[in-house]
Design a protein. Structure first.
Length: 726
């Protein structure tokens, strides 16, 4: 049974784009009628009409940019507002030409409700047509078209812009509900973990051997976890750290160490059918081999490893396809009914990281990758890959976690926020599994729920409500959504000897309870009374499940809230952080989104809304009560970065000057005041936050998010009794 495709509608309907070829100038100026140029961040750039290079007519628009990539530094051209229909799929087409182009894109913005970006080809390319498909949100009838350069570009020429209703409508879809035989959103390994695990260190092996043995681990651990791999983690040997803790807690006993990969294969030879040879010249072939490994119980190998293995060849994929998407379509056309429909994986096929492959093989998880025009990958066909992804997302139920990541590094794949929004529209969310390790072992562990009790509740707070104070909670609100983050980087944060001297809340993906309960147990056991956890899932709430019919969308939301309530109850979590898109988007009004949680969760104490201050949030509308839940919109922003290398900053004083100014500039005027602030996970250690606390004015009191909620509720009750408003 193949992967279903979304049905097509009637012939395309065109939408008028004023001055689509830029032929008409703005009267009395050198600008273009119905289009405006914008240079951001002091970029050394130009946006001008060009009568020497054009695709059609006599004019095109040329964008040049001499400034390197940096946040908010850009050159762009954007249209007047165009009127369109809500919940409708459109296609913007245009022709472009590039000369040493870098980080150039086209986008459609939904005026306060997000955007859709399409990254264009890099380097030199002649005139060619690009197509950007997008679907308007439920209440969006105004859009703008934009063309931009975010990097050094000698020339990006744009011409002949058109807009049409897509013949393939991706809205009001019927959800494909597929029964599942497990609770929560992740299937878990059958336990218990073997008392004598076979442990193999991959740090001495090639990446292709690592892929082979990770698939072997997934096949073998399907019946019971018996193989544990020491993967190439960063920092190294963290798998050994968690393995020792696993032994300490009695979930496994003395291990058996093996050092010969072929001896390991021979040890479990009776459980595998043979090998699947992938095509080293086609990235999509590696994905096909990974997926087929789970279906066929065979090991994905290169031709060289196949020859060394001496195992029968189950399938040989060499030369089978020319495009990556054809490899994906082949697997889904022939094996879709044998794969799980409850987890998917957006994985870069050429990644050398095989940490997640055990779980992908074990549960036969569908894998895919979506290229952009700028990737320049072998076998890439971005429009066809986008079409495939839409088919896959429409053919799977809501509330499905998507493993992997839409980007590879800083310059390959779909931009993070675009990818997360795309998934959210289909009711999918990103658990951040990029470097997850030994999931097929960890998910079989079931600690008693009694270990998941937050320590701050055992120590009554001594913070009192005073009329002249500003109560501020400064929390780590990012990165904790990534499951892998808790395996590695958060351990470094918690090694800071200052931790425990001031209250800090940490956003935690509560699905650690399903996939890494041992890791979650360690954090609960090692928390200080001043440490607290609130729940965090990476999804875009405004558009979650919006591609499906209304009745299906409502069912998806109800299940999401029900599961969240159940797991938060088991893990003693009574607060949520809710991500509501970028700063320029309108954060949802209370009744629109938050009421789903405040009514649907039994003991929800507080909500921390937004990853940084949105433009429609002010000091007067940031905080309010809803169904006995305190809602705090984040009132500070954070220093953004242009590349992943910039996320690790080492200048505490500079970072705290920024955050201190953000806090003081956005403090509510009426006292007592209450505010939620955030610190970036990658470089804000407890010592940095302690330094920030010491620099705050004397009337500022740093509190935990629970204390902020308690004090705010006290103040609201007092005001209600007096008949006053804040």
């Amino acid at each position: 049974m193949g992967l279903p495709t979304v049905s097509s509608a009637a012939a395309a309907e065109t939408v008028a784009v004023p001055n689509p070829g830029f032929e008409t100038p703005q009267a009395g100026t050198t600008s273009t009628e119905h289009w405006k140029a914008e240079i951001g961040g002091g970029a050394k750039a130009t946006v001008e009409r060009d009568d020497k290079n054009f695709h059609n007519g006599k004019i095109s628009i040329r964008i040049t940019n001499q400034s390197p990539t940096k946040a908010f530094v850009f050159a762009s051209l954007y249209s007047d507002i165009l009127r369109v229909r809500p919940q409708t799929t459109y296609v913007m087409r245009f022709f472009a030409k590039g000369k040493k182009a870098k980080n150039c894109f086209a986008s459609v913005s939904f005026e306060g409700d997000g955007e859709r970006r399409l990254f264009l080809s890099s380097g030199d390319f002649d005139w060619k047509e690009f197509a950007c498909q997008f679907t308007t949100p439920e209440k969006s009838s105004d859009i703008r078209l934009r063309f931009a350069s975010d990097g050094i570009t000698d020339g990006l020429w744009i011409d002949d812009v058109s807009l049409e209703v897509s013949p393939k409508q991706l809205v009001n879809l019927e959800e494909k509900v597929v029964p599942k035989d497990f609770d929560g959103f992740f299937p878990r390994s059958k336990g218990p973990v073997a008392k004598n695990l076979v442990v193999f260190d991959l740090n001495r092996e090639s990446d292709e051997v690592g892929m082979m043995l990770a698939a072997l681990q997934g096949i073998v651990n399907r019946r019971q976890p018996r193989i544990y791999l020491v993967n190439k983690t960063n920092p190294t040997y963290y798998d050994e750290v968690w393995f020792k803790y696993m032994q300490e807690k009695g979930y496994t006993g003395r291990e058996e160490r093996m050092s010969d990969p072929w001896a390991l294969v021979q040890r479990f030879k009776s459980e595998i059918a043979g090998v699947i040879i992938y095509d080293t010249e086609l990235p999509g072939s590696l994905h096909a081999a990974r997926m087929l490994a789970g279906v066929k119980n065979a090991l994905p190998v290169s031709p060289d490893l196949a020859a060394k293995s001496g195992l029968p060849v189950v399938m040989d994929l060499r030369g089978k396809w020319k495009r990556n998407v054809d490899a994906y379509r082949f697997v889904f056309d022939n094996y879709w009914d044998q794969m799980t429909h409850h987890v998917i994986a957006w994985e870069y096929p050429l990644s050398k990281n095989n940490c997640c492959l055990d779980y992908i093989t074990q549960f036969k998880v569908p894998c895919f990758w979506v290229s952009t025009y700028s990737d320049n990958e072998k076998g890439a066909d971005p429009p066809a890959e986008e079409e495939f992804l839409n088919d896959l997302l429409a053919a799977t139920p809501g509330n499905v976690p998507c493993m992997g990541w839409p980007m590879q590094g800083d310059d390959k794949g779909v931009q993070e926020y675009s990818g997360v929004r795309w998934l959210s529209e289909y009711g999918k969310w990103m658990p951040g599994t990029g470097f997850n390790s030994n999931m097929s072992v960890h998910s079989a562990i079931h600690p008693p729920d009694s270990v998941f009790r937050q320590k701050f509740r055992r120590q009554p707070s001594n913070v009192k409500l005073e009329d002249d104070k500003v109560y501020v909670t400064v929390n780590i609100m990012d990165s904790g959504d990534a499951l892998w983050y808790w395996l590695f980087h958060q351990r470094k944060i918690w090694a800071d000897p200052v931790r425990g001297l001031l209250p800090i809340g940490y956003g935690m993906n509560f699905h650690l309870y399903d996939i890494y309960p041992l890791v979650m147990q360690w954090y609960y056991e090692n928390a200080a009374p001043n440490d607290s956890f609130f729940g965090l899932i990476y999804m875009n709430t405004q558009v979650y499940g919006s591609r499906f019919r209304k009745q299906d969308s409502e069912r998806i939301w109800k299940e999401f809230v029900d599961v969240s309530d159940r797991i938060c109850g088991k893990t003693d979590i009574d607060g949520l952080e809710i991500y509501n898109g970028g700063w320029g988007e309108v954060t949802p009004p209370a009744r629109q989104t938050f009421e789903r949680f405040t009514k649907g969760m039994k003991n929800l104490n507080y909500i921390l809304a937004d990853l940084g201050r949105h433009e429609n949030i002010t000091t007067t509308n940031a905080n309010y009560m809803m169904n006995n839940t305190a809602v705090f919109h984040t009132l500070t922003r954070f220093q953004v970065w242009s590349s992943s290398a910039e996320t690790i900053r080492d200048d505490r004083d500079k970072a705290n000057v920024w955050l201190l100014d953000e806090i003081k500039s956005n403090t509510p005027g009426a006292l007592p005041a209450f505010m939620s602030a955030m610190a970036i996970s990658w470089y804000y250690y407890p010592a940095w936050l302690f330094d920030l606390k010491e620099k705050l004015p004397s009337n500022y009191v740093v509190v935990s998010p629970n204390d902020l909620a308690r004090l705010f509720k006290q103040d609201q009750a007092r005001r209600d009794a007096k008949g006053t408003k804040p």
